[in-house]
Design a protein around this ligand. Structure first.
Ligand code: NDP
Length: 429
């Protein structure tokens, strides 16, 4: 979930952050007997029963499936987008806005819907000014959102304005935008000087991996039945949340949709005599289990990998995983191993997704690769020196040289490939 503050989720009178809400849901699912695998599904086969689901690590079979893969932010596809991607252009203000490169700089947000308004307001925390570029005569955002933007002295709204292209500085970072007046279709002579441009122009559903095995509309959103809003064109396959919902896209509506899909799935399995009961841990057992796990962890000999080292008191070069600038400096200068650095920020939802995934991959290289996590909010000067303009960002160093940069969340195989390549080169050298 890439939203920061969720203000309209019932039961959280003070609001809750997206990542915290997700963590609580995860724990609740575990308590109810769910088994979680944090990996990407690469293909599904709905022609077989049970259905077949493949990730890079395993093939699973299921009598019923709920698809809740959400939607990904759209890009504008201006000519120099690739050149400045993660060097000033981003589709996630929430993930990337805290980057020191944007601090007290003028920034732009493209779009006039709720997402764009939310991003613009969020960025006022960091920017000296935010320019909201709206292609039409007015914003289509809800009145509450519009009012927040219009009431903010830090946001300047430019109506009838779209972006034609971008230009950069000598270091290759975004410096200005070439704008067009959409009413006259003429270029605006004065470029808009901004250090960052964030897209808030809608979303594309994550349905490509389904390979047209399900009915979708022309934009790729799954078509669900009018009857229960969750059944799809394949019996036994259900849909929940933004992957079919173009309109509401709230955490609470997605959660409601997930609940509908779960009940529909249970009914389907029951009707087809496929239901297998999983026993929920009762609260007493669950508490006991958590206490037992805590005790076991406390008693276990300090076993390197999972506890990150922070300063001279607990830094131990024999450990694989570390945290913070002290460890980064030590490892950069003293480690003979390839060094993986992950830059994160506290409000970054994708970072929360990447951390356990990357940790699993790193476990395979426990003795051969070092790892440090840098929170860009805690160590802004390190992030600035590393040229970080978005999180998550993984950089790989060997012999003090940066040999790879991976922005965003990729498949495990991509990280494995890069880590292994570095090790092969090390042993060949
Ligand atoms: P929307 O589809 O509502 O808005 C997209 C915006 O981007 C529109 O203003 C559109 O312009 C503009 N746009 C689209 N393509 C381009 C382009 N190529 N160039 C320039 N501008 C472009 O998407 P959102 O993601 O904002 O919202 C989707 C749904 O999610 C809505 O129902 C919204 O209410 C909900 N939402 C709610 C939030 C909240 O309440 N906190 C937060 C975020 C989303 P135009 O208007 O001219 O078509």
């Amino acid at each position: 979930m890439s939203t920061t503050e969720v203000e309209n989720y019932p039961g959280f009178p003070e609001g809750v952050t997206g990542p915290e809400l997700m963590e609580r849901m995860r724990q609740q699912a575990l308590r109810w007997g769910a088994e979680l695998y944090e990996e990407d599904v690469v293909s599904v086969d709905f022609s077989k029963r049970p259905f077949e689901i493949k990730s890079e690590d395993r093939t699973m079979r299921a009598n019923a499936i709920i698809l809740a893969t959400g939607a990904t932010a759209k890009r504008l596809r201006i000519p120099s987008e690739e050149k400045f991607w993660s060097k000033g252009i981003s589709a996630c203000a929430i993930c990337d806005g805290a980057s020191p490169a944007f601090a007290q700089k003028e920034l732009a947000v493209v779009g006039g819907g709720d997402s764009a308004c939310e991003e613009a307001i969020y960025l006022t925390k960091y920017a000296s000014k935010v320019h909201l570029l709206v292609r039409g005569e007015e914003m289509r955002a809800s009145k509450a959102m519009r009012d927040r933007v219009l009431d903010s002295s830090d946001v300047i709204v430019h109506y009838n304005t779209s972006v034609e292209d971008a230009a950069g500085n000598a270091q290759g970072f975004l410096e200005s935008l070439k704008l067009v007046n959409t009413k006259t279709n003429e270029s605006i002579p004065e470029p808009l000087k901004v250090a960052g441009m964030f897209y808030g122009i809608g979303h594309t559903p994550n349905t490509k991996f389904l390979d047209s095995q399900l009915g979708t509309d022309e934009d790729g959103f799954i078509i669900v039945s009018d009857h229960d809003k969750t059944s799809t064109s394949v019996e036994g396959v259900f849909s929940a949340g933004d992957v079919h919902d173009k309109e509401w896209r709230q955490a609470i509506t997605a959660a409601g949709s997930g609940c509908q899909a779960a009940i529909s799935t249970e009914r389907y399995l029951q009707m087809n005599k496929l239901l297998k009961e999983v026993k929920m841990m009762d609260t007493k057992d669950a508490k006991e289990e958590i206490e037992a796990a805590k005790k076991k962890e406390a008693e276990a000999p300090k076993k390197k990998t999972h506890e990150p080292a922070i300063d001279a008191d607990n830094f131990d070069i024999d450990r694989q995983k570390h945290q913070g600038q002290y460890a980064l400096r030590k490892l950069y200068h003293e480690s003979p191993r390839p060094l993986v650095v992950m830059y994160t920020s506290p409000t970054c939802g994708p970072c929360k997704r990447l951390k356990p995934m990357l940790s699993t991959v790193l476990d395979e290289y426990e003795k051969s690769i070092h790892y440090v996590e840098i929170d860009i909010a805690k160590d802004p000067e390190i992030a600035e020196a590393a040229g970080i303009m978005g999180t998550p960002c993984v950089q790989v160093f060997k012999d003090k040289a940066r040999v790879a940069v991976i922005n965003g969340v990729k498949m495990k195989s991509e990280y494995r490939k890069i880590f292994s390549e570095q090790l092969i080169e090390s042993s060949a050298a």
